[in-house]
Design a protein around this ligand. Structure first.
Ligand code: SF4
Ligand code: SF4
Length: 138
């Protein structure tokens, strides 16, 4: 019999994920895409224009801009905390409540190997329902 916490309407996002602020998701080439709106918003936030933002803070991946990495391998905006937290890209906001978990629940467990904030002692059905509900916000 499984000892995982079963699905329940009372299970909230914070029951299955609590960010430990370790920055592990901000290191490595993660391909954090930025939309045109992200570019403008983040560029405004850090006080540069969009062209300079793309040149200095992005690199291209598949013809689209993604946030660049610094020499230490972290996202250029990681400095013991996200320096653009209020305007971070949607990919960063949504994590780990992402569509791929709905396509394959194994992705939750794979992500948990990278992110210490993700709990795996919750039933698959509870995680899927929670992710589905959370994604409705976006
Ligand atoms: S890896 Fe997970 S726990 Fe660490 S900062 Fe990223 S989201 Fe938070
Ligand atoms: S924008 Fe912030 S949250 Fe997103 S990868 Fe960069 S440092 Fe991490």
């Amino acid at each position: 019999m499984s000892s995982k916490i079963p699905s329940s309407p009372s299970i909230k996002p914070q029951d299955i994920f609590k960010c430990k602020k370790c920055g592990d998701c901000c290191i490595g080439y993660g391909g954090t895409y930025v939309t045109e709106e992200n570019i403008k918003t983040i560029a405004d936030y850090i006080g540069i224009d969009s062209k300079r933002f793309i040149n200095e803070k992005c690199q291209m991946s598949g013809g689209r801009p993604v946030l660049a990495q610094g020499e230490n391998g972290y996202c250029v905006f990681w400095d013991n905390a996200c320096m653009i937290y209020p305007v971070r890209p949607l990919m960063c906001i949504k994590w780990p409540f992402i569509e791929s978990v709905l396509r394959d629940i194994d992705n939750w467990n794979i992500m948990a190997g990278l992110c210490p904030g993700i709990r795996v002692d919750i039933s698959d059905s509870a995680i899927i329902e929670c992710v589905r509900q959370e994604l409705k916000r976006y």
